[in-house]
Design a protein around this ligand. Structure first.
Ligand code: AVJ
Length: 340
């Protein structure tokens, strides 16, 4: 028998409404400035494709971060000795098991936080079987909107806002945000997000942040435009999501995958480029969008970082950088910082 607690702050219909708003705004923009946010890549097929991406020879970030965690998890858990581990954008929590294994002595509660309720259910099921003494308290929510909910973590079973929150167990919290998912935010949203993370934590709590690092542009572009074409499929899949969820008729075969390094912003941009002049109808939005041949829609930014920038952004949000690790080649950075 396995059990876990799951708080649902975001239902399927909330997600549908959010997608509608994003597509209305993103496709409603003037030609050349159209966008679709990257969070809509991850339906069942998109999550599978991303999983495949993480195993591609060109896509180094996942392997590098796993290597760093493998080497440093013991040191991290010894230094922090957290009572509670929280993971934002947790997905399957596969890499996080390295932290849970190293933290068996101190960690009592694990809180995976993700938008996908179904992903959380299978992850929570699996984790509570693997770690029978761990309290798994999952949260289905949007980590840009719902971090305030973390304040209610220690009100077991108590209705939200009942004021019956049990005392927080001794020991700090460790909040992990891995995979360089923070790279999906532009600088201003990064600042807001890190500020909200700081606000959700207490002085003395810790943040473990994964950041992909600036490197040779040819390697960066290859990581987002692999030879097997998996990333191209992943990119086009966002149109399949739009078609299915909003009654759309986008022809996926008429959109080309583009990955480009922006040297000024130091980020990778993924775009979809219209192959031929075309129209996309979105029945559920009563919307028709015309695209010129060659017109591009931006689907993702993936910012790349340098240590001084990471340290400065953390400091501005109220964190002090305590440890900084990279893989031997210096491709990926993992920082451990403490809330002042
Ligand atoms: C999951 C956002 C970290 O930006 O590298 C992989 C997503 N996009 N290949 C990244 C992604 C194309 C990934 N993140």
């Amino acid at each position: 028998m396995t059990s876990y607690q799951l708080d649902v702050l975001l239902t399927e219909s909330d997600l549908r409404r959010a997608l509608q708003e994003d597509v209305r705004a993103g496709f409603g923009a003037p030609p050349g400035r159209r966008t679709l946010p990257p969070k809509w890549f991850y339906d069942e097929r998109g999550s599978k494709l991303f999983d495949e991406i993480t195993r591609l020879p060109e896509y180094y970030p996942t392997r590098c971060e796993r290597a760093i965690l493998g080497a440093r998890a013991g040191r991290i858990m010894e230094l922090v000795a957290p009572s509670t581990l929280i993971e934002l954008g947790s997905g399957t929590s596969e890499k996080t098991r390295l932290l849970l294994d190293a933290g068996r002595e101190t960690v009592r509660t694990f809180t995976p936080f993700d938008v996908s309720e179904s992903t959380l259910r299978s992850a929570a099921e699996d984790l509570s079987r693997r770690y029978p003494r761990l309290a798994v308290h999952a949260v289905a929510g949007d980590f840009e909107r719902h971090l305030g909910h973390l304040a209610l973590l220690h009100s077991p079973g108590g209705p939200a806002g009942s004021g019956q929150s049990a005392a927080r167990p001794p020991g700090p919290w460790l909040l992990a945000f891995l995979g360089s998912t923070i790279g999906n935010f532009e600088p201003q949203r990064r600042r807001a997000f890190l500020g909200a993370v700081a606000a959700a934590l207490s002085p003395g709590d810790w943040l473990l942040l994964g950041t992909d690092l600036v490197k040779d542009p040819a390697r960066l572009v290859a990581a987002y435009d692999d030879g097997a074409g998996v990333t191209a499929e992943f990119n086009r899949n966002v149109l399949a999501v739009v078609n299915r969820e909003l009654g759309g008729d986008a022809d996926l075969d008429r959109w080309a995958h583009v990955a480009r390094w922006d040297a000024d912003q130091e980020w990778i941009e993924m775009r979809l480029r219209a192959q031929g002049r075309q129209t996309v109808n979105l029945f559920d939005l009563a919307m028709t969008v015309r695209f010129e041949d060659g017109e591009e829609v931006r689907t993702e930014i993936s910012a790349k970082f340098r240590r001084p920038g990471v340290s400065a952004e953390l400091a501005a949000a109220g964190f002090e950088l305590r440890e900084w690790w990279t893989d031997p080649a210096g491709d990926f950075g993992l920082s451990l910082s403490q809330r002042r």
